[in-house]
Design a protein around this ligand. Structure first.
Ligand code: PNS
Length: 167
């Protein structure tokens, strides 16, 4: 069985992530959406449990996609699950250097897994979890950016309270 892992912070999962997961599910027998620890992102707005719940609620239509989390090295998780690929979305040249560096490090740590980059769909070029968080926290409409199943949970958590002074 060819298992692929889609790792990320998913704080929260966006339509851009879901597009990559959907396409990966057509290329591999099984896809694990892995909520992973990113040391550069210390202050997540959603707990790991909440992020997994959100992912679970948007992958119900796929019979070969599951959600999981991992606190340690991605390479160790790949070895444990016998995954043959890491699938990542590439949005723009700005993503490339960071992703390239991670792909090389993961290859060194786990030579049995390949990193596969899928180019983002044009409509998601600019989309990121941080953009969704910022728009929601300023009271904007995020319905074009995240799956409908999780839209209200994100707004409930992040939208500004009426009367709050922000600046
Ligand atoms: O969505 P992100 O935050 O850009 O994803 C980055 C992530 C979580 C995939 C990356 O930080 C990661 O793989 N973390 C797990 C720890 C690890 O293996 N670090 C070494 C990567 S070479």
């Amino acid at each position: 069985m060819r298992i692929a892992v889609c790792p990320g912070s998913f704080d929260p999962i966006t339509n851009g992530h879901l597009d990559i997961i959907n396409r990966a599910s057509q290329l591999f027998d099984k896809v694990i959406v892995l909520v992973s620890y990113n040391p550069n992102k210390q202050s997540a707005r959603f707990s790991v449990k909440e992020r997994i719940e959100m992912i679970n609620s948007v992958i119900t239509g796929f019979d070969n996609v599951v959600a999981d989390c991992n606190e340690g090295l991605l390479a160790d998780y790949l070895e444990r699950t016998k995954a043959c690929a890491i699938v990542k979305g590439l949005r723009a040249v700005t993503d490339f250097e960071y992703e390239f560096q991670m792909a090389l490090a993961n290859r060194q740590l786990c030579p049995s897994a390949e990193t596969v980059f899928l180019t983002t769909s044009p409509k998601n070029m600019y989309l990121s979890s941080s953009m969704v968080r910022e728009i929601a926290s300023l009271g904007g409409d995020i319905s074009d950016f995240v799956p409908p199943q999780i839209c209200s949970a994100i707004i409930k958590r992040l939208s500004p309270e009426k009367g709050t002074i922000k600046i």
